[in-house]
Write a protein that binds this ligand. Structure first.
Ligand code: NDP
Length: 326
């Protein structure tokens, strides 16, 4: 039994509901490991959970990814041993802590060349980019993708991943500085959607054709306009709701706008199977170790400053990935 600081919340609300408490961490049961974290990752899903957009049984711990060292291994776990350096993205929430016991299936051995901060910063966002580009719609070199929030955590990884695959990524972001960052990371074109009409710009950039795929994590504020950026039979991947959930709509608009396709995926379907998750992580590690994708940690916070970290993310003042240090 050991002691660990853990972030919990007892009611949905703003960053102020987050509380740091001390909890005993026990021995891992069958199929579980105990991990001592060096760092944990911050993701926009943590904000949906804290604020009640994704309701949870309360009180609950928060945080979906971390990196550290395996302290103890439960019965039946064969891919990890005590002392392994590891990183993961996984439900249930509870990664904002010094140490935890959790299911081992989604925990991956971290290559020597990747440090703990990078490991904590990249798993959830990097595995998301992996499934968006490789497991959601067939994409090939030369295809054009519109990618919103291109200077964020998922966004900067996506810009580089697209460049490596020869995909022409048009990135949007809320400031000119963020647009420049997205371009530096591989976006072929950038649009400041706070001051430019992104539908008109996309039509211009694609000579009126429209893009093959839109990857939209903004939700309510961009949904309809994103559909207007697609070519006939193009694919809309709506995978987040930073501006609020997409309200119910008439399916007929997909027909009217050109027989469009639509999917609303989540990472957690893709990583549910142990072998698939480990294979996805292996590809992510390869992208990072080869230098094709560099993880930009734009912000680091002490675990006790988690509320400030949430404030900055919600204020759209972060770029790249953010981590909490344990
Ligand atoms: P980001 O670092 O991208 O932060 C969110 C960004 O969204 C902001 O920086 C901001 O960029 C943009 N944004 C636009 N409108 C708003 C708004 N009204 N309020 C707040 N932000 C806004 O976060 P992550 O990299 O962690 O995640 C990116 C998105 O991907 C999130 O929506 C997340 O939920 C989604 N996601 C979905 C997954 C899935 O499997 N379905 C998995 C992982 C992430 P700007 O100022 O440039 O507009």
């Amino acid at each position: 039994m050991s002691d660990a600081r853990t972030v919990i919340f007892e009611q949905p609300g703003g960053p102020e509901v987050l509380k740091l408490v001390h909890r005993a961490v026990g021995a891992p049961g069958p199929g579980e490991v105990r991990i001592r974290h060096h760092a944990c990752g911050l993701n926009y899903i943590d904000i949906y959970q804290r604020s009640g957009v994704y309701p949870m049984a309360l009180p609950h711990a928060l945080g979906m990814e971390g990196a550290g060292v395996v302290e103890a291994v439960g019965e039946g776990v064969t891919h990890l041993t005590e002392g392994d350096r590891v990183a993961y993205a996984s439900a249930p929430p509870g990664a904002y802590c010094d140490a935890r016991v959790m299911a081992a299936a989604q925990v991956c051995r971290l290559p020597e060349g990747i440090d703990f901060r990078t490991g904590a910063a990249m798993m959830l966002q990097g595995l998301t980019v992996q499934y968006l580009f490789h497991r959601t719609v067939p994409l090939q070199a030369g295809d054009t993708v519109l990618f919103h929030a291109a200077a964020g955590g998922v966004g900067l990884i996506a810009c580089q991943w697209a460049r490596a695959l020869g995909i022409r990524l048009i990135g949007t972001a809320g400031t000119d500085e963020k647009c420049a960052l997205a371009r530096d990371h591989g976006a072929a074109e950038v649009i400041n959607y706070e001051r430019e009409d992104f539908v008109a710009r996309v039509r211009e950039i694609t000579d009126g054709r429209g893009v093959d795929v839109v990857m939209d994590s903004i939700g309510a504020a961009t949904f309809e306009q994103s559909l207007d950026c697609l070519r006939p039979v193009g694919m809309m991947i709506s995978y987040g709701n930073a501006s609020g959930k997409v309200p119910p709509f008439d399916l007929g608009i997909l027909g009217a706008k050109g027989s469009l396709q639509l999917t609303r995926p989540t990472l957690f379907t893709h990583i549910a199977d142990h072998d698939t998750c480990q294979a996805m992580a292996a590809q992510l590690f390869e992208m990072v170790e080869s230098g094709k994708v560099k993880i930009r940690i734009g912000q680091e916070f002490a675990l006790k400053d988690v509320a400030e970290a949430h404030r900055q993310m919600e204020a759209r003042s972060t770029t790249g990935s953010s981590v909490l240090l344990c």
